[in-house]
Ligand binder design. Structure first.
Ligand code: NAI
Length: 474
């Protein structure tokens, strides 16, 4: 059989996007995916189902608490959790089967099984694909792309059993609303899933190792978010070290979380029906046979690559969560496109300085470029413009006035360095800032662009104007 031009291992947002782009560029492509559904963590048990639940739970919370302010009286609001979960599942099904259709359209062969490197040499790279029944076939490809993603990070003491102590996967499908939920980790997953269950009625406590929430995001914006999330009922314990979390051996209906005490003293013990471990993710390289073909990993267990996504072994490439950089679906997609373009003889490009980050709480948190803390640490002189959503007409009309936009620009050149938002639809608003930073715009450029009135986007224009103390509605 003729060798493939490209075999992609893993059909998540990195892998399937790389496969489609490579096929568009005329390469003969196949993908290997071990799960029945395509789309990876993002579509199956990550971004998409969590957003489906965030939308649904927000509607429930709105009906209960927010519609009255609009003069809409709703009586007898009830939760139908089974229907909410079924809707989430059908959203996932629709999108994952959509990926099947996209692969078919691109004439991309799909192998359902687990891929493992057999050999890499002059004739190409050999990969064994083992299906669920244990049958193995071999494929030869000129190039193989590792896009196997990440899995939940494990640390000693946190005994995940999938029922009482769970990962985000199980937290997407609790069959009843836990009375008490303890979340370990105040990152994206912790705050998003914590928000879902708090809105549906759980008493949620978030335990975080650092003295702040959302460590990667701008500090002022994260502090804003914390205040509002507390008002929504989430309790935070910061600077807390968890020693152990496990199902209670005496009472299987609960889990216990033991905090580390100071100076050798015993720590506090907390109890909850469910404990969600959301302390980060680790690259998925197990079982790939990387040692056999000599692919090097970095000290954090990620596949080591160069600027063109090539590993140290000729013909083997890697992208997405399994390599350095933020573990984000959109970062993996960018890398998938860029890598395919390199492989087809063109030139790919990813600007790692302008990858937006979003946390889908309500209001949402979003940022692109440098945070204020990063600029201060790097001693970059900057100016800061802030605009509060309460000064924005559209936000007032919608009764969503919490939050702010913060624009950071170079003190001398005025070049945009970072934009950070806590506010309504921040996930959508941040795109404008990402485009502006990509095009090397100044705060002045942004301030001089006409924004439709009344829109939330005017808050970005006003924050850009505020860089030079000339915001109008502040
Ligand atoms: P994360 O890295 O975003 O946050 C983990 C949090 O746990 C951090 O605040 C960290 O300080 C804390 N932590 C670490 N060890 C701890 C310990 N022993 N006790 C208490 N706290 C501890 O990781 P998360 O939320 O698990 O998400 C995993 C990955 O998935 C991240 O890379 C994240 O960016 C991505 N993701 C992105 C989403 C989005 O873009 N909206 C949504 C969900 C996940």
């Amino acid at each position: 059989m003729d060798p493939l031009d490209l075999l992609v291992i893993g059909a998540g947002p990195g892998g399937y996007v790389a496969a489609i782009r490579a096929a568009q560029l005329g390469l003969k492509v196949a993908v290997v995916e071990k799960e029945a559904a395509l789309g990876g963590t993002c579509l199956r048990v990550g971004c998409i189902p969590s957003k489906a639940l965030l939308e649904s739970s927000e509607k429930f919370a709105e009906a209960k608490h927010a519609l009255a302010a609009h003069g809409v009286k709703v009586a007898g609001v009830e939760l139908d959790l089974a229907a909410m979960l079924a809707r989430k599942d059908s959203v996932v099904k629709g999108l994952t089967s959509g990926i099947d259709a996209l692969l078919k359209k691109g004439k991309i062969a799909r192998h359902h099984g687990t891929g493992r490197f057999v050999a890499a040499g002059q004739e190409g790279v050999r990969v064994a694909v083992t299906d669920a029944a244990g049958a193995t076939t071999e494929r030869l490809a000129k190039r193989v792309l590792i896009a196997t993603g990440s899995k939940v990070a494990k640390i000693p003491g946190l005994e995940v059993d999938g029922e009482r102590v769970v990962t985000s996967t199980e937290a997407l499908s609790f069959s009843s609303v836990p009375k008490r939920l303890i979340v370990i980790g105040a990152g994206a997953i912790g705050l998003e899933m914590g928000s879902v269950w708090a809105r549906l009625g759980s008493q949620v406590t978030v335990l975080e190792l650092m003295e702040r929430i959302l460590p990667g995001m701008d500090g002022e914006i994260a502090a804003d978010a914390k205040k509002i999330l507390e008002r929504q009922g989430l309790a935070f314990r910061l600077g807390v070290k968890v020693k152990r979390a496990a199902r209670d051996p005496q009472n299987g209906a609960e889990a216990i979380v033991e905090l580390a005490g100071t100076d050798g003293a015993a720590g506090e013990v907390l109890r909850a029906e469910r404990v969600l471990v959301a302390i980060g993710r680790a690259p998925c390289t197990d079982g790939l046979g990387l040692e056999g073909v000599g692919v090097k990993l970095d000290p954090r267990g990620r596949v080591l690559i160069d600027d063109r996504f090539a590993t140290n072994v000729a013909g083997i490439f890697a992208i997405g969560d399994v390599v350095r950089g933020p573990m984000l679906a959109h970062k993996a997609e960018e890398e998938g496109v860029a890598c395919a373009e390199f492989l087809a003889g063109g030139h790919g490009h990813v600007d790692y300085d302008t990858i937006p980050a979003v946390v889908y709480t309500n209001p949402e948190v979003a940022g692109v470029g440098k945070t204020e803390e990063e600029l201060t640490a790097a001693k970059v002189p900057f100016k800061k413009g802030v605009f509060q959503f309460r000064g924005n007409g559209r936000a007032r009309a919608a009764n969503t006035i919490e939050g702010r936009v913060k624009v950071l620009a170079h003190a001398e050149s005025d070049r945009l360095l970072g934009v950070h938002i806590f506010g309504p639809h921040a996930s959508e608003l941040i795109a404008e800032a990402a485009v502006a930073i990509n095009f090397h715009a100044s705060a002045e450029d942004l301030a001089r662009c006409c924004h439709a009135h009344p829109t939330l986007s005017e808050a970005i224009k006003e924050a850009a104007m505020a860089v030079d103390r000339r915001a109008i509605h502040a």
